[in-house]
Every structure is written in structure tokens, then in C-alpha cells.
Ligand binder design. Structure first.
Ligand SMILES: NC(=O)C1=CN([C@@H]2O[C@H](COP(=O)(O)OP(=O)(O)OC[C@H]3O[C@@H](n4cnc5c(N)ncnc54)[C@H](OP(=O)(O)O)[C@@H]3O)[C@@H](O)[C@H]2O)C=CC1
Ligand SMILES: O=C(O)[C@@H]1CCC=N1
Length: 280
């Protein structure tokens, strides 16, 4: 789907691996078209190469520099160093995609003015090709660049093109979203055990229940609230359970979690946006 283009990853952590796993299993790219590098952890690079059949010689910064598409997947705090080291090597025909939370596309453009940048916010469900990814393009990103990014992320889930001002909310909701889900599962596992089930049985029941509920919602025309009501018999067990979720204000906790995560992304963004301004 992306022909013989090469994709290079700067950063070989959790997010890079999720994307690599997803794009290889989707068949949009062959393992030997992927190149990776990180800061120092060679073992990690070896492990990724072994797991995804990437040739050992592809874990090479020089090759990553030559890639048609470069995906920057380092922590926000490491972006500056990456731009310092890599800045001079980016070339005009390259497309650079950053998945870093909170770093505005203008920040990249201020540092390197000749390259098309795209900011993307996927999530780790890229592993299983069920990511929810939002993308937005910088000033040099044309429709072909956006289309290319769209094709890459489409292969590993759903893609929405959004205005950059919405990226913090996307980050707080769906970028961090898998963690909220896993936290709920952890809590429900503990609940199942306290109710008398073994961990394994609890885990199996919860997972199947969540997958079933998500699939129902995905396939039906009904709102979540309606499906919830259909489970809730008057005076029954669900009502008793929901009473506790209301008493402990689970809804407010979820809202605050997403808003807090969104604000954290905004804080990071502000840090970098202010540097863009002072350099003007
Ligand atoms: N994890 C997630 O769910 C999501 C993460 N993101 C974003 O993805 C980015 C990466 O996150 P994540 O994968 O979790 O982080 P990890 O800590 O798992 O991985 C970061 C990687 O960056 C490498 N790195 C650090 N500095 C450099 C450098 N100067 N040059 C090359 N490589 C470097 C590290 O190498 P080494 O180990 O050698 O130090 C490591 O391989 C973040 O910006 C995050 O905001 C976006 C969406 C979801
Ligand atoms: O926690 C983080 O900062 C990253 C961004 C979204 C998910 N993980």
C-alpha cells in the first residue's frame, strides 16, 4: 500500500513497536523496509528485529536518515536532542511524522524549515490494528503527505484528520485511552476475586464481556446509555452495581481523568509553543 517506501523509526519504545507490529501484520510494508534506531538500548533493537523479522542491519541510524518516512517516537523531553542530532539530516522529500504528545507541529517547523511534518496521536492498540489515530499536518504537508500518513495509520486502525487545536483532547482521550481501559480491567479482576472467582476465571469473563459490549456498541445504532438501560432490570443486580458506581462517582472520575490528561498535553504544548514565540 505504500509501495517500496522505507519507514525509519527514531525511538524503539512501546509506541514504535505497536506501529511496527501493526503495519507489518497489515501487510502495508515488508519487514525489510523498516529501519529503527534508539538512544542506547541495543538489546531492545535486537529484540524488535528478531520479533518482527527486521534485518539486523536495519537497526542503523544512518539508514533511518535515508528513509522516505521518518516516525519520531521518543518521549517529549527527548525531542530537542533528536532535532539537534537529526535536524541537519532531514531532507526536503522526506515526510516526518511525530507521535510525541503535546509537541506542536510549529515547533518542528521552527527548528527545521524544509521538511513536511505531520503530528499524529495513535494509541498502543496499533499492535492489533485497532488504533484510534488523529493526524494533522504542518504548513509544508501537502495532501499527498496527509494521504500517505492516512494510509499508514489506516492500516492499523481508524484515522481522523483533525485541527491541531484538538490534538490535546485526542491525546487525553484516545492516546491515553488504552490505559484507562486496562485500569478498569485491573479493578474488575480484583472485584471478581473479592467476589469469589479465581483470577483466571475473572479475567476471562471480564475480557469477553468487554469485547462483547464494545462489539455490540460498535455494530448497533443505539447509544451506550440505551444499551446500558437494556442490561439494567428494575430492582435487579445491575441496578445495585450501578448504584455504587454513582455513589463513588465513576463518571466524574472518568471525566476528570481525561481532562487532566488533556491539560497535561496542553502544558507540554505550552512549553514548546512559548519557545517558538521567543525565537520569532
Ligand atoms: N505509549 C503510548 O501509549 C503512546 C505514546 N505516544 C508518544 O510516543 C512517544 C514514545 O512513547 P513510548 O514509546 O511510550 O516511549 P518509550 O520510553 O517506550 O520509548 C522511547 C524510545 O525513544 C528512544 N530515544 C530516546 N532518546 C532518543 C534519541 N535521542 N534518539 C533516538 N532514540 C531515542 C528510547 O531509546 P533508549 O531506550 O535507548 O533510551 C526509546 O527507544 C512519546 O512522545 C509519547 O508521547 C503516543 C501515543 C501513545
Ligand atoms: O502517557 C503519555 O504521555 C503517552 C501519550 C499518550 C499515551 N501515552
Amino acid at each position: 500500500m505504500i509501495g517500496d517506501k522505507k519507514i525509519g523509526f527514531i525511538g524503539a519504545g512501546a509506541m514504535a513497536e505497536a506501529i511496527i507490529s501493526g503495519i507489518i501484520s497489515a501487510g502495508v510494508i515488508k519487514s525489510d523496509q523498516i529501519f529503527i534506531t534508539n538512544r542506547k538500548n541495543q538489546e531492545r533493537l535486537d529484540q524488535i528485529c528478531r520479533t518482527y523479522g527486521i534485518p539486523a542491519e536495519n537497526k542503523n541510524a544512518h539508514h533511518v536518515r535515508q528513509a522516505d518516512i521518518v516516525i519520531i517516537a521518543v518521549k517529549p523531553k527527548d525531542i530537542d536532542l533528536v532535532l539537534q542530532i537529526w535536524g541537519a539530516h532531514f531532507f526536503a522529500e522526506q515526510l516526518v511524522i511525530s507521535v510525541a504528545a503535546g509537541i506542536p507541529v510549529t515547533y518542528f517547523e521552527k527548528k527545521i524549515d524544509r521538511v513536511a511534518f505531520i503530528r499524529a496521536m495513535p494509541n498502543t492498540a496499533s499492535h492489533v490494528r485497532l488504533s484510534a489515530t488523529a493526524i494533522c499536518g504542518g504548513t509544508l504537508a501537502n495532501s499527498r503527505d496527509l494521504d500517505l500518513a492516512h494510509r499508514i495509520f489506516c492500516a492499523i486502525g481508524k484515522v481522523l484528520v483533525v485541527k491541531e487545536e484538538l490534538m490535546d483532547a485526542v491525546t487525553g482521550l484516545s492516546g491515553s485511552g488504552p490505559a484507562y481501559f486496562f485500569y478498569m480491567i485491573e479493578s474488575l479482576e480484583q472485584a471478581g476475586i473479592e467476589a469469589g472467582l479465581s483470577r483466571d476465571v475473572a479475567k476471562e469473563l471480564i475480557l469477553q464481556t468487554f469485547m462483547g459490549a464494545a462489539q455490540m456498541l460498535y455494530m448497533s445504532q443505539k447509544e451506550a446509555s440505551q444499551l446500558r438501560q437494556e442490561v439494567t432490570s428494575p430492582g435487579g443486580t445491575t441496578m445495585a452495581g450501578l448504584e455504587m458506581l454513582n455513589r463513588y462517582d465513576m463518571k466524574e472520575a472518568m471525566i476528570q481523568a481525561v481532562l487532566h490528561a488533556t491539560n497535561r498535553s496542553k502544558e507540554i504544548e505550552k512549553l514548546y509553543a512559548s519557545e517558538c514565540k521567543t525565537e520569532e
